[in-house]
Design a binder for this molecule. Structure first.
Ligand SMILES: [Ca+2]
Ligand SMILES: [Ca+2]
Length: 94
């Protein structure tokens, strides 16, 4: 098999990161709220300014959970990744 391109590696990396956190409770298909918090705090440091502030954590995770079922799907997670990519594209940081 040919070696993966940069974009293929990025896609694989997104799946790897999602699954690493999603599998903690035995269901690797979705992130629970706690799993989502761990992913955000570890992989996107600075997105939640104060991880010990439960109100702030709740706000960020609520934002992520678009259909409000208390589970974060891979689609919901990648929407955040897309938004962060747009910010970086237009404003050069995040
Ligand atoms: Ca899970
Ligand atoms: Ca959801």
């Amino acid at each position: 098999m040919a070696s993966e391109t940069e974009l293929q590696k990025v896609i694989g990396g997104l799946l790897t990161i999602f699954r690493k956190y999603a599998k903690e409770d035995g269901n690797a298909w979705t992130l629970s709220r706690a799993e989502a918090k761990n992913l955000l705090v570890n992989e996107l440091p600075g997105l939640i300014e104060n991880p010990n502030d439960s109100a702030e954590v709740k706000k960020v995770v609520d934002n992520l959970d678009e259909n409000k079922d208390n589970k974060i799907t891979f689609v919901e997670f990648t929407e955040l990744v897309m938004k962060l990519s747009f910010y970086r594209f237009f404003w050069g940081s995040v």
